[in-house]
Structure formats: C-alpha cells, structure tokens
Design a protein around this ligand. Sequence first.
Ligand code: PGA
Length: 253
Amino acid sequence: MRKQMVAGNWKMNLTLQEAIDLAEQIASRLKDSTEASTPIVLCPPAGYLQAVSSITKEIRGLYTGAQNCHQEVSGAYTGEISVAMIQSCGAEYVILGHSERRAYFHEDNILLSKKVKRALAQGLKVIFCCGETLPERESEKHFDLVKQQLQEGLFHLSEEEMSLITIAYEPVWAIGTGVTATKEQAQEMHAFIRSLLREIYANSVADNCSILYGGSCNPKNAKELFEQEDVDGGLIGGASLKAEDFLAIIHSL
Ligand code: PGA
C-alpha cells in the first residue's frame, strides 16, 4: 500500500521565530494523531532546517525537508546547500524540480536528474515536482511535457531508488493563483504518471509511489482532490503557512 502524505513548502517566507512558532503549533496539534505511515513534512527555508527539525523529530510521522540541494557533494559553490548539510540539520526530505526553481533558477531536467541522484545516494528522500504551464496545457502538450520531465529527471533511477521518490504534480497555472486543478484534471494526470511508472518499472513500484497534488490546494478543496484514486496527498504552499489551514488539509486525507 502506498503512503498518503502532506508536505508544506514554506518557500521564502517567515522569520526564524515565526517558523519555530508555526512548527510548534503544527507539532503540538499532531501529537498522538500522526502515523509513521502517513508522513507530514515541513519544508522551511534552509537557514531554519535545524530549528524546525528539532521540533519535528519529537513527533512520530512528522519530518523536515529542504526546498533544494546542490548536485555536488561539497566545494566552492557560494550560497548553495549540500545534501550532507541538510542531513546534519536533521532533515530527511528534499523538494526537487519545483517550478519556481525551474523558472527562476533555470534548473532543467538534466541538472535535476543529477540532484535527484545525489540526494538519494546520500540517503535523502526526494519529493520530485513536475507540471505544465498554462500555454502548455492550452496547446494540449501537458501530457508530453510531464512525461519528458519524468523521463529526463527521474527515469534513470533504479527500482530501489525509485521507491524513495514521491512525485508531486503541480500545474504551474495553479501555483499561488487560487485556481486549482479540478479533481478530474488532477486524477487524469496522476493516473497518467502512474501509467508511465508502470511502463518503466515493476507494478509494485507504480502501485507504491505516492503522487501528491500541488497548486492552490486549501482546506476547502483538499478532500475532493485527495479522494481521487491516484491522488495520495498534497504539496501545499500558501496554505501551509497557517497552522489551522495546514492541519485542516492534513485532516482531509
Ligand atoms: P500553492 O503552492 O499551494 O501556494 O499554490 C504550491 C507549491 O508551490 O508547492
């Protein structure tokens, strides 16, 4: 059985104290109610990883993740963060391939494939994002585009490595816009992604891979999205910055 999961991507928001307060509110409300089999992951800015992980590590099923990592082990890469650094701060996950990293920092599939490989080689679990822009959907290229992102970014992995990947389908037109994919649009793409996994890997890999939806997911629409057969949870941006909203989304699983 694949895991259901909710991850919060805090992006470049919050001061250190605000981040600690938010993590503490979430941790205290999740106490006793989380299951190790339903991971909840908080992804704060890099500078807060240690502070947040010192809170999440006290709660079963609650984890900390980074929003990016470098593809090299270490070295002269000013301003970057390595996998070992992330791990030394107590984080266990990393988001890779977010559309904001792709668009603003020119991260392409080839670079992302190296980041994924590095993260897994050193034992970090990966939440790998894919998703099309509005023009790509309007010109009906969305399936091809997502296929290419996965083929070039992920499908070099072995079956064993693939089992450590969570995929997040995040249509770019839905991120931070208040426009959510319909439950039918989400299900259609998630089923497509799972069918791609089935073509390349064993059925068990496809069946067990958690595929999250991301893009203006909120307490009102989370339930109907999460009820779709191939939607296994969410990657949440804006709504993860308010404990009440994030908890309501978690409870929609
Ligand atoms: P959003 O962001 O929930 O604010 O749309 C989602 C994301 O970027 O992961």
